[in-house]
Ligand binder design. Structure first.
Ligand SMILES: Cc1cc2nc3c(=O)[nH]c(=O)nc-3n(C[C@H](O)[C@H](O)[C@H](O)COP(=O)(O)O)c2cc1C
Length: 246
């Protein structure tokens, strides 16, 4: 599976209208794929569980939901975003529509001592219902999310999905280093309660980092990632979350 190609066709299926039930073969391969997902922080324990949509509060017409549980430590939310985006893109590659569903809740809020974080709902969808022109999707202008040389990837990574389309990322490309920041100031964050914004935006950053890495690899740009703790409680507008030495 080529992650890069999936970036152009993925989209959020807010409602799974049409489509077909996901069959046993799909479920088997999804389970296998889940077992192979690469974490950003391997020392943070996680569990990924597949349940029927009706075992959750999600009522979007999906068949199944993938539930993410994590040990509540360090950058666990970033880790889940990074892992979950691999699954999101994998589902797309199989013609299965997906939705990161932040407001959903499962029956079990704890599994083996790990806490529930977020879910991804999915269902097999018609081939023509995937995104046809990524560049028509609503996003912040490039200059609001990237400074310095765009490396031929800035105009692709900016289409990463985020909760309520908040796009809480900023990249500074300077002196052979990419510095990645998370916006901390809530600003106009749509319908989300302010205390939830930070929670989701930390997941969004993990999603963004995964997509950034997919694009760097596609362009043959090697990198050395340094993850930084997102604990800066200063008044600064942005928190530096990672540095990629190119
Ligand atoms: C962490 C996260 C949580 C999300 N939660 C919800 C949600 O609760 N309900 C919903 O309809 N969409 C949700 N979304 C989907 C976003 O609204 C969507 O990704 C964004 O608007 C960009 O659109 P696109 O994914 O189609 O490119 C979520 C996305 C992310 C990344």
């Amino acid at each position: 599976m080529n992650y890069y190609e999936q970036l152009f066709k993925r989209k959020s299926f807010h409602f799974f209208v049409g489509g077909k039930p996901t069959d046993e073969e799909d479920l088997k391969s999804i389970r296998e794929f889940i077992g192979e997902v690469t974490p950003l922080f391997p020392d943070i324990k996680t569990e990924i569980v597949l349940v029927k949509e009706n075992e959750t509060t999600c009522h979007r017409g999906a068949d199944y939901c993938i539930l993410f549980y994590s040990e509540p430590k360090g950058e666990c939310l970033r880790n889940i975003g990074y892992m979950g985006e691999q699954i999101d893109l994998y589902l797309n590659s199989r013609g299965i529509g997906a939705l990161w569903y932040g407001i959903g809740k499962p029956k079990a809020t704890r599994v083996n001592g790990l806490e529930y974080v977020i879910m991804i709902a999915f269902k097999r969808m018609p081939a023509n219902s995937f995104r046809k022109d990524m560049y028509k999707s609503k996003r912040k202008p490039l200059e609001e999310i990237w400074s310095g040389d765009d490396l031929g990837i800035a105009n692709i990574v900016r289409f990463a999905p985020s909760a309520c389309n908040t796009q809480p990322w900023y990249v500074e490309n300077k002196e052979k280093e990419l510095s990645i920041y998370r916006y901390k100031k809530p600003g106009k964050r749509g319908i989300m309660p302010v205390n939830k914004v930070m929670f989701y935006n930390k997941i969004d950053i993990g999603i963004f980092l995964f997509i950034l890495e997919v694009c760097l690899k596609e362009k043959g740009i090697s990198f050395d990632r340094q993850s930084l703790p997102d604990t800066d409680d200063s008044e600064l507008e942005m928190s530096k979350v990672a540095v990629y030495a190119l």
